[in-house]
Design a protein around this ligand. Sequence first.
Ligand code: C5P
Length: 238
Amino acid sequence: MSPIPVIGTATAMKTKRRERITIPVIAIDGPSASGKGTVAQRVARQLGFHYLDSGALYRIVALAAERGGIEWSDGDSLAALATTLQIVFEGDEIFLHGENVSTVVRSEAMGKGASEVAVHQALRSQLLNVQQVFRREPGLVADGRDMGSVVFKDAETKVFLTANSHVRAERRYKQLIGKGNHAILAHVLADIEARDARDKSRASAPLIQCDDALFLDTSQLTIDEAVEKVLQHYRHTN
Ligand code: C5P
């Protein structure tokens, strides 16, 4: 899959109505550490579809704001900042103004920053078209919090992928330890629950399960099983 440049978010082209109707989208929403990123990437690979990690966009804005001295609470400045960012996704790598920022963008600090900047409607509106241009032939798998409810409302295949907070905390804890980070399980759980509360209670595009989404609890599933269930749902809805 060729890299998708998101060059100058202000100039992102408008998605054509025709494309919205014909190009399939699998919208996967769910809370932090539910495994939706891993599942979405695998599904995209199996189908040969493009992949959008929408959380990465909010994480990049949080990083650029921190570097530029802009408060995460200043929605209008964040929205203006987003128009200036030169972002490129290439496989697993994320480049900001040509710099590989993959590791820092995926840090716990930027996860928290993302959930703070993401509450601002001005920023969300700015990022709407940027996300919609990822809908390209032959199809797209998009993961986030509002893929099915806002960004790709007309997607035929929607999944709400979750797991109980203790399972999610353990998965995140193992990931952190595996990467050589120091972590305390109780703190990881508290962070996840705080992030869930913020994502579900905000006024703009809160995390919700759409009526037309498949509910998939992965607490007792392997990644392969979860991938297969999403693929089955895709075949069923297309
Ligand atoms: O999915 P990820 O953990 O990278 O997302 C980081 C944060 O970005 C989430 O906690 C959420 O607040 C925000 N986000 C969002 N809408 C999306 C994707 C992520 O508000 N579509």
